[in-house]
Design a protein around this ligand. Structure first.
Ligand SMILES: [Zn+2]
Length: 109
């Protein structure tokens, strides 16, 4: 996961983890091992926003149900829980949706 969809030997992203938080999305332009382009065309990752949206909605639903189950019944604390979950899952959401979107169009070797 999050590796080159062609050779599966190189990470797509420069940083493996989400830290520093402002730099978690830096991608390599091509795979250093097999030269597979990670940016096939301008605007390619616009479609990844659909996957990102789905993960976001799923995160909101799970966090809402979990907070309700834990006894948080007021609106403001629930919004804080959901917003916190969205912020913490944002790096994973960003990376996974891009890697998944690219893997739909690249054949593995
Ligand atoms: Zn590769």
């Amino acid at each position: 996961m999050l590796q080159c969809p062609h050779c599966h030997k190189q990470n797509m992203f420069a940083k493996r983890w989400a830290l520093p938080f402002w730099d978690f999305g830096t991608m390599h332009r091509t795979c250093p091992k097999c030269a597979q382009s990670f940016v096939p065309e301008p605007g390619f990752y616009f479609g990844a926003s659909i996957i990102s949206y789905g993960i976001g909605v799923l995160t909101i639903a799970i966090t809402f149900v979990l907070s309700y189950w834990l006894g948080i019944r007021n609106t403001i604390p629930q919004i804080v829980c959901v917003a916190t979950a969205i912020v913490f899952i944002a790096p994973f959401n960003f990376k996974f949706s891009r890697a998944f979107w690219l893997s739909l169009f690249v054949k593995p070797c």
